[in-house]
Write a protein of this length. Sequence first.
Length: 464
Amino acid sequence: MPTMNVTRTAELLELERQYCSFGDTVHYLEPPKVFTGCEGSYLYDEDGTAYLDLQMWYSAASFGYKNRRLDEALKRQIDQLPQLACQYLHAEKIEVAAKIAQYCEKRFGVKGRVQFNVGGSQAIEDSLKLVRNYTGRNLMFAFTGGYHGRTLGASAITSSYRYRRRYGHFGDRAQFIPFPYCYRCPYGMKRETCDIYCEDQFAKLFDTEYNGVWDPKAKSCEYGAFYIEAVQGTGGYVIPPREYFTRLRETCDRHKILIVDDEIQMGFYRTGTFWAIENLGITPDIIVFGKALTNGLNPISGLWAREDLITPELFPPGSTHSTFSSNTLGTAVALEALKMMEEEDYGKLVNEKGAYFLAGLRELQKRHPQAIGQVDGIGLALRIEVCREDGFTPDRELTDHIFAEGLKGDLEAGGRRYGLVLDVGGYYKNVFTLAPSFTITREEMDLSIELLDQLFRRCLAHRN
């Protein structure tokens, strides 16, 4: 693995301190971590210490770091057609769009089209344009705990106020609806007896005009779409009951509200299905995707929309634009990734590995009941909710401590030193959201549990 001497690392950190913006997410930990190499499920620091990565670049590198097949596809395209303005066509763009649209038509029975962009937030922006253009409405519903990006438009439908706080008034801010987070039910109910009470509360918004969303005389609503995540990502990998969304689809259909499914974190088999929404039994009107489609190499994002929303007549050339959308390098990798997904049963692979990992997490919970309130998972989207001794009160301090200790790189297993890369999410920042590589082995999953156990033991010894 590449190495970097300590002096050089110190020099880089000093340069970064003086000249790099702190506006992104780097400085959540001080000092920021410098990595110099990666492979498979591991990152490597300047000393060659291996850090087992359980978040894989926010689920962007699902197929493992330095995936040989995808890297080779990128290299071939560099030698063949490395650059092309997006006003022209190339084969890979068309083939990727066709594969995604054909899959959606086969799975949902709905014909549609695909449009590309570069990042997830930009694809969300494009979806907002589609919704406004089709419905003539500029207000949206979205979920508490939902995360759709940090451009101005995406921030308006992301529930965290801290992403908007610095930037003035958001006149088109979404109306946020409680997510069916059964472990922390916003209505204080129990899943066994609630009869999906939370969706009933949403449906009741349309009972009278005085709830501010519906005119019963004109049978008109000023909300164009409901933005959802089938499994909440940054919100803490919250897995909802299937019945909620079948009812939500019915409510939205009655009032001609589109459903936009954000699959940026959960798409491409993260939950054991190609799209996470397939687990919920409903058909969305728009799907937004990104991240894992290119394994993080020359990223592209995009959306699929049903045909009547995105016909060339309704959404003509120039309706939106991004210089690097459908870039040749990204689409070449995406095409190879889609071919991989066709050739191997990733549904079976991800579900089997996810079940094995989840069983290990449940054993970890038994060892630390004074710290782990809940573990849950679907496919290889797994969560650990860190709580106080009562098993429910969030313990953000312990969560942060474990996160920081994992990045020290001083854990030991099998005579080797390791670090552990975790990601923190959830409504109270007390959830470890685990998105391991699809290439992770059983031995690496066992190692993950061993390292997590060490971290909980170490940090619990210093709990206040």
